[in-house]
Design a protein around this ligand. Structure first.
Ligand SMILES: [Cu+2]
Length: 196
């Protein structure tokens, strides 16, 4: 009897240890929720893809590559996104007036990146307002020549189907599962301790 009590106590402690570890793994996975990375190629005068769909509230990173022989922009007008951050690849120089313009757009929640010929850059942001917006190149005459598309924001939690998430693994359900398992294990451990 006595040794079985001791054994169940040890088991309970082991369960609690595994429980907290599992729950911790779950929260780490949640904290590192994947960014939806979308690669867009631009040239004279197109975007490929030209129609993009994401969900409100998810972090989006557009990697824009200008393969053309002249400068191009990628801009999502009136999106009202949160935390817009843009950058260009190392060694790519952006004229001061263009940089100022892109910075001003970012401050207003309009994602934009300006690129000289044959270069690449990124713009990262969190869309919050569902709707369909214009994806365009703001350089004069380019939209009319074909550098235009759509950027659709679905309601939060809706899953765009045409694009895989970066990494391809549905991390959020896995994380929730780990956290749930951690809770079950913790309850089991506590129940065992109480029985002593
Ligand atoms: Cu252009």
């Amino acid at each position: 009897m006595r040794s079985s009590v001791r054994r169940s106590g040890a088991l309970a402690l082991a369960l609690l240890a595994v429980a907290s570890l599992t729950a911790a793994m779950g929260s780490v996975a949640l904290a590192q929720a994947p960014v939806r990375e979308i690669k867009v190629e631009g040239g004279d005068y197109y975007f490929k893809p030209k129609d993009i769909t994401v969900a409100a509230g998810e972090r989006v990173r557009i990697v824009f590559t200008n393969v053309g022989p002249i400068a191009h922009e990628l801009e999502i007008s009136r999106l009202g996104a949160k935390d817009v951050k843009w950058s260009v690849a190392a060694g790519v120089s952006v004229p001061a007036d263009e940089k100022k313009d892109v910075d001003e757009h970012a401050a207003r929640g309009t994602p934009e990146v300006w690129l000289p010929r044959r270069s690449s850059g990124t713009v990262e942001f969190t869309p919050v307002n569902p709707g369909t917006y214009k994806l365009e190149c703001g350089i004069e005459g380019h939209e009319e020549a074909g550098m235009v598309g759509t950027f659709t924001v679905l309601a939060a939690g809706q899953q765009p189907t045409q694009l895989p998430r970066a990494g391809g693994l549905p991390l959020a359900p896995l994380a929730a599962g780990a956290a749930g398992l951690g809770m079950v294990l913790a309850l089991g451990g506590l129940a065992l301790l109480r029985r002593r």
